[in-house]
Design a protein around this ligand. Sequence first.
Ligand SMILES: [Zn+2]
Length: 417
Amino acid sequence: MDLHQRIKELEMELEILKAQPTVRELIPTMSAEVKDSNPYSRLMALQKMGIVKDYQRIRDFTVIVVGVGGVGSVASEMLTRCGIGKLILFDYDKVELANMNRLFFQPHQSGQSKVEAAVETLRKINPDVQFEHYNFDITTIDNFPQFLNAIRTGGLNGSAVDLVLSCVDNFEARMTVNMACNELGQNWFESGVSEQAVSGHIQFIKPGVSACFGCAPPLLVADDSLDEKSLKKPGVCAASLPTTMAVVAGFLVQNTLKFLLGFGQVSDYLGYNALSDFFPTMSLKPNPHCEDSHCLKRQAEEQAKQKLLQETQCANSKETEKEEEVVVHASNEWGIELVDETSPDLNGDSCSDHMAKSGLKYAYMAAPGTYESQPPESSKVDSIEQENNSTTQAPSNPVPDNSDESLDDLMSQLKAL
Ligand SMILES: [Zn+2]
């Protein structure tokens, strides 16, 4: 590179740095103290609200983000603002003005590698996070071992990372992440946004436990004789919307936080159809005929683990037989369970008392018995079809039951109004 040109570039970088505010001091311990200068007060409030048991544990975790495009860059920013311990970024692309319809990158970063530009911005947002970046294509034979190594030893203190987030835009890269994670038994999330920019999804893949990306590949893929990139027509590119990308990135990081910090329920698959605001969920079991040999190996390990667990449960059941004899209602169709009266409950006395003392009240209180007939919360919708059906089911609601009245009676009442 021409020396004068390089000096000009460095001078420009210096001007940009001068124009930006200084990075804040490091914060060794997350504090819940409510003051304007504490960047973690609102995150630590999740503990006070009873959502997360120990928020500061987020600093123990390392997440890899593969692909720092429209979804990956936003997901990285979210994790950085949440105070993740370490973030490792992979991408081989450069920032272009054509990316400006999306969030995160700025015009002055055009020409910079995506990973370098991202780390530069993220470090300023939260210097407490450790960053590592790789400006290469993970799908090549030379780079794949480095990618494997980053998963295996990239965690804090040289351990394996806690999660891999795939935010790539092509089949080959997805299969590469899949292959690496199957080989290492690494949990990961696959994510994607459609070429029309109006739908997307996330999928949680636990090797051996749930279907891997190879267990149920897309219906149509390029074979070995065809380079996937050659399918792109010149002058035609996929559409993208910052809105759809941000929704998918939000789903991805929300489920990442739930998985890492142990709250709520992690979705196995969550889709997003922007045109009808439809969010299908489902769970996929691994394919016993998957072409990935490591997937089959992980499946065999999981089956052995489940068998051992069953045997242990059988052994323990004899010890608990006496306790079971005193159970009055053996079947519990509606999932009713006893709750400690002293535990906080939104409609319970302790909370109401507390609110009364604080001068607050609920704007709406459910009438007694309103929810008594409501079935237990569905633990999992197993298919898109079920999800479709669930939207057409009549919900339990507090409307009085007028089933004795005929439709004609009701019509005549309406006309009389
Ligand atoms: Zn598989």
